[in-house]
Design a protein around this ligand. Sequence first.
Ligand SMILES: *Cc1c(COP(=O)(O)O)cnc(C)c1O
Ligand SMILES: [Zn+2]
Length: 411
Amino acid sequence: MGYLSHVECSVCGAFHDPKELLTVCEKCGQMLVARYHMDRVAAAVNKEDLHRRPPGMYRFRELTPLENGEQLVTLGEGSTPLLSLTRLGSHLGLQHLLAKDEGQNPTGTFKARGLGMAVTKARTLGVKGLMLPSAGNAGGAAAVYGARAGLPVAVVVPRDTPAAAVAEAILAGARVFTIEGTIANAGQVVAKVARELGWFDLSTLKEPYRLEGKKTMGLELAEQLGWSAPDILIYPTGGGTGLVGIWKAYQELAGLGWVKNRPPRFVAVQAEGCAPVVKAWTEKSPVTVPWENPVTNAPGLRVPSPFAGRQILQVLRDTDGLAVAVSEAEIVEAQRLMARMEGIWTAPEAAATLAALLRLKDAGHLPRQARIVLLLTGAGIKNPPPPLPPPLDLTGPEETLLERVKTALGR
Ligand SMILES: *Cc1c(COP(=O)(O)O)cnc(C)c1O
Ligand SMILES: [Zn+2]
């Protein structure tokens, strides 16, 4: 017996039995969410017990959908550091600038949390194979967890998906298909084919457990901040799983009485070339509409029609948050700045959080003392690097070696 009580629809509230393999709401087709027996959770664990547990996202097992003794499909995801960005902070005149570095997860992105949890549950519930559309990182993560679970995996990605994520999936034995267009086109293929194959569709938020994996970011963040919330949390938003997940974590922790202050104000960051959430937010619309011709070099942000657009916008409203779009040039500049000032080569999506921070700072939206967390969703090495000067080759006459080095170093 675990702590999950039921799974319910985020829109119509219809109950669903978690012993079944669940996808979306049977009644209205919307996103499902897991609910727990909070009284049992509260009786089973306290903050002090948690401190003594080994690292990893399953430390919070009472707030996960796991049954007692359920076999995990894990590579050690979670327990990523909350880094203090002291140099960048003082450069920007901010006293408490922090980054949760999800690039330190297996597969180099936070997708490991969601897919690790979803594959664990899918295997327990007896699926034959896994299929999903992806901008790259989700497909790579599904492939590696599928390999560990001994399940076949098929991934459909846009043609221009970064090579590292495609290689990661193929190396792990997945079948990778490409398609012209975006993750939305890939999603249409999976919707048509997975059911016929009898394989399980792991699309973002079209099953309830990827969200529970990503939720553990919020549980960790709260613990790392001494069971509190930051003032502002800046999140690069594609499908929105992490944003909704972190918000859900703070809801549950408030329910347990572990976190007393208000949840963070969520800032959803998107790229100017694909900003359905920002557009809906600006127009005060409760739902997103599909973005025409999405273009950005941040693959995880090229999601023209997030399935959970409505829920993302709800989180922004509930937390007095906001949505910001940044340009490709700002993303590249932020990626360079983060590496130069703090030594973190972060993914373009993640760099977008810093680009948004710079905008908010310039607009005077950020008090000096605010506790601000940038959610760095992935490692830079999974994407092509930004344009860089070439290294200097030192092959040549030995007499001039020192001079050449000195000139290059400006000494
Ligand atoms: C998938 C992805 C995102 C977007 O995440 P969502 O939770 O779906 O909004 C951001 N950054 C990276 C590196 C990603 O792989
Ligand atoms: Zn419903």
